[in-house]
Design a protein around this ligand. Structure first.
Ligand code: C2E
Ligand code: CA
Ligand code: CA
Length: 645
């Protein structure tokens, strides 16, 4: 049997793998590049082998010049042997553990020395004939030093296997075994070929194991984003988690297009994709021009990441400045000049953010933490200004407050202009942390919504309010109801209505004693669950207020479609009391809402003058510091009782 066909087969498979790697865009990043290199080197090796063997096996090998026969065999032996080091390098790269080697120079020295020696030995081999030679009949024969090739291969292959097993925890089972297979198959075919030098199985074995790795490990769909060609979120998550686990110090240059949503609604599907591709190409070009060799990622929704080793400070600075500069200029796109509001922030891991979760949290809302300045930001500077760290410390504070029961419900009285007395109050949550003191609800409510803690907190508020309403003291105050805030996340929870009704029943409180405040943003979601919750609670007898009216883009249609009893004018209206036009808007808003049969609460009223002005405008209720700040239950009871006497 002509076993050279095995080599031809191997060459074809390897050529196909190379083609597929390129067409599947598996060319970015160190791991991909080394893998490409492995395929390429194997392709060349098997092709050279075909050449060498074809000459050996021709009916009359002596027609070929000795030089070309020596060169082809030497080249084959050298390249084939060299792949074992490249396999080892691939394992180092895929485990991302190069920084683990204390003696990088020594290791590089060993490899260079070993292969330097091999080159010399092969170069002088035509004269020494110790590696291989051609006998008097022109037959290829192994020389005395031939086992040196096997020694080399064995050494580096074994190192690769040991390293792979050492970092087994970084892979799932299928990937781990696929990689192990690569070494096993190589070992098996080498042994077979050692005993049957004519059976050229080694290259076919290598090609098959690389095919297996391509299918099981080097999966572009796992790592590469098809729109931008950059690595995608899953790759970022895997790589960064690996970095944190290996204590590898890297810097992620967070690049968020914060007006992505606006751009997305302006451009169509193809448009936004080609804009993202344009931005990805810009970042890729900067990376290439600066020879930074950074890993480039596109997560989603306009969020790019550029990752370098932290010790490349100069490069990190340069590349961030360049990205920032180019994106700040804006992009000409389809005949439009698009403005990008890009936040570029240098974030060192683990110096600035201790773990992956914090890195993601921070990366997601840089734009909420700091105003856009057009300058490159540094996470360390943002951290200094932010009282609760960059990540989930606020989550910990909230968890602590839930277990320690250190949440409190305060009440702020609401005054009726017609009855000239306090008829209700708004329940407002307070959180006092032992380390940070009072934390503003605007801050912790957002964090609690994100972490899901809001549901527990919401239950707590409802319990507290019901307990208060059910008590003896409440009855003496003559209050009609208490207003309770519901956040968007609560409204989206399918069991909201059941939970609220359960608590009411427990305390024997009737629904007309509670008014639920929702915001326009909540109304904005118009989700089924939200509508169901609102309809159900409404039919049980709850009334609803629309909170913060005038802050969002008021959609009158939607406001009209909700079962609202009360609209609360936001305090920003009141804050612009010097603006005459605002009063025109206000007067007409009040008129319109009254015509829709809504009651009106004005929030944030701090002066007597304003109380009178709003009373004249026939606003029904007034709430604000003029009457009282939100105060603890006990103080609130005293306050209202005093106002009655
Ligand atoms: P909000 O619902 O708009 O609450 C009114 C806010 O205005 C309160 O801020 C209140 O203290 C403040 N305020 C009242 N009168 C005046 C005034 O005369 N001048 C000024 N400048 N401010 C006034 P607070 O207590 O800091 O609450 C902030 C936000 O946190 C609330 O805004 C609400 O959205 C949220 N929140 C508070 N408690 C809860 C709760 O139990 N559940 C939910 N889901 N959200 C809550
Ligand atoms: Ca409110
Ligand atoms: Ca409000």
């Amino acid at each position: 049997m002509e076993s050279v066909y095995f080599d031809i087969c191997a060459s074809i498979i390897l050529a196909a793998l190379m083609f597929s790697a390129v067409s599947r865009k598996m060319t970015n990043g160190m791991v991909n590049q080394i893998f490409m290199f492995i395929i390429a080197i194997n392709f060349i090796t098997s092709s050279v082998d075909v050449w060498a063997v074809a000459m050996d096996r021709s009916p009359d090998p002596c027609v070929y010049s000795m030089a070309s026969r020596y060169i082809s065999h030497s080249l084959y032996l050298f390249l084939h042997n060299f792949t074992s080091v490249v396999y080892f390098a691939y394992i180092i790269c895929i485990t991302d553990t190069w920084h683990r080697f204390k003696r990088k120079r020594l290791l590089t020295g060993i490899v260079a020395g070993a292969y330097g020696l091999l080159i010399v030995l092969l170069a002088v081999n035509p004269f020494t004939r110790i590696m291989f030679y051609f006998d008097e009949n022109g037959i290829y024969t192994r020389g005395v030093m031939f086992p040196l090739f096997y020694l080399y291969a064995f050494f580096f292959m074994l190192s690769g296997v040991i390293w792979l097993i050492k970092f087994k925890r970084l892979f799932n089972a299928e990937r781990f075994y696929a990689l192990l297979m690569m070494f096993l198959l190589a070992a098996v075919t080498v042994i077979i070929q050692w005993f049957n030098p004519d059976l050229l199985l080694e290259m076919l074995g290598a090609a098959i194991s690389l095919l297996y790795i391509t299918v099981m490990v080097q999966r572009p769909e796992d790592r590469v984003d098809s729109v931008t060609g950059l690595l995608k979120y899953e790759a970022y998550a895997a790589d960064m988690k690996k970095n944190f686990a290996n204590d590898k110090h890297v810097t992620s240059i967070i690049t968020n297009i914060s007006n992505f949503n606006a751009l997305n609604s302006m451009l169509n599907y193809d448009g936004i994709n080609s804009l993202l591709k344009t931005i990805a190409d810009i970042i890729t070009a900067i990376n290439r021009d600066l020879k930074a060799h950074a890993e480039l990622y596109y997560l989603d929704r306009g969020r790019f990441r550029v990752v370098l080793n932290t010790d490349q400070a100069e490069l990190i600075y340069l590349i961030s400045e360049k990205i920032n500069f180019v994106l700040r200029k804006g992009i000409s796109f389809n005949g439009m000049e698009l403005n990008l509001i890009a936040y570029v922030c240098i974030t060192r891991c683990p110096e600035d953010v201790p773990d992956f979760k914090t890195l993601m949290l921070f990366g997601n809302d840089i734009h909420n933490r700091t105003p856009y300045t057009g300058q490159v930001l540094r996470a360390s500077e943002i951290a200094q200004k932010s009282p609760f760290g960059l990540g989930n410390e606020l989550d910990e504070i909230i968890d602590r407050a839930i277990t320690d029961r250190s949440f409190m419900v305060y009440y702020q009285p609401i005054y009726s202009t017609a009855e000239k007395r306090f008829v209700s109050a708004e329940a407002l949550l307070r959180l006092k942390d032992e380390k940070y003191g009072f934390i503003p609800p605007d801050l912790f409510i957002v964090a609690a919504e994100r972490s899901g803690a809001i549901h527990k907190i919401g239950d707590f508020v409802m319990e507290e309010v019901c307990r208060f309403i059910a008590g003896e003291e409440f009855k003496k105050l003559g209050l009609e109801y208490i207003e309770v805030n519901l956040s968007v996340a609560q409204c989206m929870s399918p069991d909201l209505a059941d939970k609220i009704l359960g608590i009411m029943e427990k305390y024997g409180v009737s629904p007309d004693k509670i008014n639920l405040e929702i915001t326009e943003t909540a109304a904005d979601y118009a989700q089924n669950i939200m509508t169901e919750n609102i309809d159900r609670l409404y039919s049980e007898g709850f009334s609803f207020s629309l909170d913060d009216y005038g802050t969002g883009y008021s959609n009158i249609n939607r406001v009209a479609s909700l079962p609202l009893k009360i609209v609360k004018l936001d305090k920003s209206f009141v804050a612009s009391e010097d603006n005459q036009r605002m009063w025109i808007v206000l007067r007409n808003t009040v008129k319109m809402l009254k015509a829709m049969d809504m009651h009106i609460v004005v929030e944030g009223v701090e002066t007597k003058q304003l109380v009178e002005k709003f009373a004249d405008m026939e606003c029904d209720y007034i709430q604000g510091y003029y009457f009282s700040r939100p105060i603890p239950e006990e103080d609130f009871v005293k306050f209202v009782a005093n106002s009655l006497s």
